[in-house]
Design a binder for this molecule. Sequence first.
Ligand SMILES: N[C@@H](CCC(=O)N[C@@H](CS)C(=O)NCC(=O)O)C(=O)O
Length: 306
Amino acid sequence: MGSSLILHHYQLSPFSEKIRLMLGAADLSWKSLLVSPLPPRPATDPLTGGYRRIPVAQFGADLVCDSQLIAEEISQMSDKAYLAPSSSSQEAREFATFAESTLFFGAASLVPPKQALSELRRHLSLFDTARFIWDRLGIARETRGNLSMTDGAKRFRKALADVDERLQGEFLFGEQPSHADFALYHPLWFLSQVGAVPLSPKVTRLNAWYSRMSEFGHGQHSRISARDALAVAAASQPRGVLPEFRDHPDVGQEVIISPTDYAKVGTRGQLAGVSEQRWILRRETGRFGTVHVHFPRKGYRISSKG
Ligand SMILES: N[C@@H](CCC(=O)N[C@@H](CS)C(=O)NCC(=O)O)C(=O)O
């Protein structure tokens, strides 16, 4: 039996909501580690060693970065293959990518600034709200050119009407919820729950789908402190890496892995395994022992440590 899942997340994070809902759909119990919406994050940073996005799933001394890969883990833990991005059709995979880029930025651009500010103030001090805005402006500057907010808002409204049109069954790609459903859910959740902009009543099928998805809830969970999460990492050994994952010419090399889209801070370590979907980095943290940090290959780049 492996270590239970500790989710490093924060309430307002849409990608975390995707995973919380997936944990509900998978009917898993998990530990909730609430972290700050912006670094520093005392229990996350020393373990991931650079990667700064949320959510991160911790299994003992293994840290799984990015919601795509966390979804693979949830699918395996719950034996629900239909939740795994890797078991989705090409069409469903393309839709999920569209939902998490174009639709996600479209939804974000439709949140009224005043509402965003008041939500932030509900969760953060005035000082941290200012830090948050400054921090995200930095991410936006870094991302400029890749994604357009204005285009996003227009495409967002059109895309919702298209999705409504094609939603014939219970879920987007069949009678079971797939990764694509969760990828669509979180931008809509962000807009309606955080942005207080309800879905248009005209998209009736989409509204019914949204309620159906919400009913999954978040599964059984209990809080864990930063200190205890670090203690779990320190007391654990990383999971064994399958021999076929070690059979790669770059295994053993010192490398840096970073996101290619935004918040591109890289993580350094020794490549411990490579599969079709993931890279596994071995890091010596000192105080918390050896950890393995897992990254999806899709959307990330690897470079040799210069
Ligand atoms: N592709 C990542 C995206 C995660 C993401 O963008 N998370 C947001 C919070 S919901 C974030 O961390 N934003 C930028 C940052 O804080 O550096 C995933 O699927 O997990």
